[in-house]
Design a protein. Structure first.
Length: 183
């Protein structure tokens, strides 16, 4: 476990927990985005969100970090692979296959635990493993080829702070940990 950021004692924070991508996958996504994504703001910070907690008191950081560490330590091997590009009303994403289902099980356990702590409310739709790669105001309707990253194991998991800026959200790692049984 490492602490990558600090927070004050009295403020509210936009928090989320996510799987971190290995450096080589990040480099490949940045290069792929420069070649194939137009009509929006390419994203430069990549992750697979496990749960978005929204506005929370700064006192929530430690219990969220503890829950993340414990659930990540119990995780089996996670493998992910891009299978399609998809656009919503404001983002372009790479939808990921989770062939073993271990990422979904981790997300489910973590979401249930955070919900039990009163820090999270589950969405009605099922969790979808994805990486946001583009943000836009008007849908560009792209159909890019998939990046050639193949199947990969996340490099870890993290609790992150999301700071909103006119140029887009900026993320700060508050806590980072390893996954239990990395392949």
């Amino acid at each position: 476990m490492s602490a990558g950021g600090t927070v004050g004692d009295d403020g509210r924070l936009r928090l989320f927990v996510a799987l971190e991508l290995p450096p080589d996958v990040v480099v490949a996504l940045v290069s792929w985005g420069k070649r194939h994504l137009a009509g929006g703001r390419p994203v430069s910070s990549f992750h697979v969100t496990l749960a978005f907690l929204g506005s929370q008191p700064s006192a929530a950081v430690e219990p969220v970090g503890r829950a993340l560490r414990e659930e990540a330590a119990a995780a089996g091997p996670v493998r992910l692979e891009p299978v399609r590009y998809r656009e919503t009303r404001s983002v372009g994403m790479l939808v990921l296959a989770d062939p073993t289902g271990e990422a979904a099980r981790l997300a489910d356990r973590l979401q249930r635990r955070l919900e039990g702590m009163g820090l999270y409310r589950r969405e009605q739709r099922p969790w979808l493993p994805h990486v946001t790669v583009l943000r836009f105001r008007e849908r560009p309707r792209l159909d890019p080829p998939l990046p050639e990253v193949g199947s990969f194991a996340p490099s870890g998991a993290a609790a992150l702070l999301s700071r909103l800026h006119p140029s887009g959200a900026r993320y700060e790692v508050l806590e980072s940990c390893s996954l239990g049984r990395v392949p």
